[in-house]
Structures are given as C-alpha cells and as structure tokens.
Write a new protein. Structure first.
Length: 277
C-alpha cells in the first residue's frame, strides 16, 4: 500500500500537495494560534512561582530554628502548629491545585491544536479521494475537480469531521494511543461522506466496520502521519524562534501528509472493490 502510494505521490506531486494545502494550511495556522495561546497562558501563570505547602512548612521550620520565640511555651506552640501544617501538606501536595490550574490552558490548547490538525487532515482526505480514484484510472483530474466533489458535501463533511476530531482529541489527552486508534478507525469516513452519502455517526461507525481485516494497513499509514508530525516539529526546532518556526512545521506537513492520505484513499478503493467482489 505504501509503495503504491509513493508511486502515485511522486507522479502527481504538485497536484496532490496543492489539493491538500487548501485544507492543511488554514488548519496549521489555527493550530499554531492555539499552541501560542496555551504557552502564553502558561507564561502568564508562572509555572515555577507557586510553592507547595511542604516547602512553606520547611521554611517555617528553618525560621523557628534560626529565630525561636522567647519562651518555651511559645516555642512548643509554634512547633505544634508547624507539625499540623506539615501533616496537611502531605495531602495538599498530592493535589497541587495552582499547578493544575496553570496546566489546564495548555491541555486545552493541545487538544484544540490536535483537533484542528485532524480536521484539516479530514477535509484534505475527503478532497483527495475522488482525485486519487481518477488518477488510478489515468483520467485527467485536478484540485478544482477534487474540491468540487468535496464542496458538494461540505456540510456533512464538517459535521462528521468535527465529531471525529473531538473524539480523537479527547483520546489524545488519554496518553495519545487511544487518539491514534480512533483516528485510524475513522479513516474511511471522508470517502463515505463524499462518495456514499453517509454523515455523522453513521459514517464513523461504517468506517470501523469496513476496516475489519485492514487494521494493519490503516495503522501503518497513521504511524506514518505521526512520524511526519514529529519530523515537522523536529525540523521547526532547528529554526530560530519566531514566525519561521511554525511556517517550517506547516510546510513540512503540507508536503509530506499527502503521501499517507493517498494511501488511505487507496485503502478505501481496495475495501470497496472487496465488497463488490
């Protein structure tokens, strides 16, 4: 599947990349904005500023040793008070509310960025399917034809893509792997919406059912998407801080993502032919 995708990708590189860029570029811009918002919220909150209760207790114990109260009774009372605060700190440090409040915007931003990128992939995949099906039959086709087919179903596509993106983003927050599995399971939803008239939950459920027996191919293509995503961030990290860093990541994604998306389109073709036979 990957070898066939690579062959088609190399022969029609410009057309495939341009078709995907129509959806991927806006998604990358919005996702970058979400990440910037999360980092700004983290900086504003000052991650290192809040001290835990245990640290405050240790500081009070140090003060008691350095500057003890004048009377023994006062020293004993102060020591007992610090002891009670230490016991409370054991439970308090297990649930560091200030730290959690600061990390919540970052978690939101990460989920939103992942959802936006997945929505871009979903729309790019939807436009790519009719284009790939035409190209595999050696018929002349272009980005305009592809987006005309996708545009005719833009309402159901947006509704289905939003539902899928929300579920995958939620899964990504649960240690990443569930999100990747959900994304793989929804791989056939875009062509089902564009070419077969399904939408929403029905498209997502049919995608899971039809992938039975093809999970290995599907997961390998999504693993390729994950590798390309990591490569985009790694190359962007080599660029000095500034506007060129997100631009670099976006360009790498736009150039590389069409390869696994072509594979997913070919997978839909394969599954459809098996159903007919």
């Amino acid at each position: 599947m990957i070898a066939q995708s690579l062959s088609l990708y190399r022969r029609h590189f410009g057309c495939l990349v341009f078709t995907c860029a129509v959806a991927l570029l806006p998604a990358n811009v919005l996702a970058t904005g979400a990440v910037v918002f999360g980092l700004a919220a983290l900086s504003a909150g000052g991650l290192a500023e809040p001290r835990t209760q245990s640290e405050q207790v240790q500081e009070k114990q140090h003060d008691l040793r350095e500057s003890p109260p004048p009377t023994a009774e006062a020293r004993d009372a102060r020591a007992r008070q610090i002891g009670r605060e230490a016991l409370e700190g054991v439970a308090g440090d297990k649930f560091d509310a200030p730290l959690l409040r600061q990390l919540i915007p970052v978690a939101y931003a990460t989920a939103i960025a992942a959802g936006l990128l997945l929505a871009g992939l979903f729309l790019a995949h939807a436009a790519l399917v009719p284009l790939v099906l035409e190209l595999t039959q050696d018929r002349p086709a272009g980005a305009a034809h592809a987006w005309a087919a996708a545009g005719a179903r833009i309402g159901p596509l947006l509704a289905t893509g939003l539902m899928a993106a929300l579920l995958v983003a939620l899964g990504a927050l649960l240690f990443v792997v569930p999100g990747l599995v959900l994304a793989a399971g929804f791989s056939l939803a875009p062509p089902l919406v564009v070419l077969e008239g399904l939408s929403g939950r029905a498209a997502l459920e049919h995608s899971w059912r039809r992938l039975r027996g093809h999970w290995r191919e599907t997961l390998s293509l999504w693993a390729l998407i994950a590798v390309f995503s990591a490569l985009a961030w790694a190359l962007a990290a080599l660029v000095p801080l500034g506007v060129w860093r997100p631009i670099t990541a976006a360009v790498v994604r736009v150039v590389l993502y069409p390869l696994p998306l072509v594979g997913l389109a070919l997978l839909y073709r394969k599954v459809s032919l098996e159903r007919i036979s």
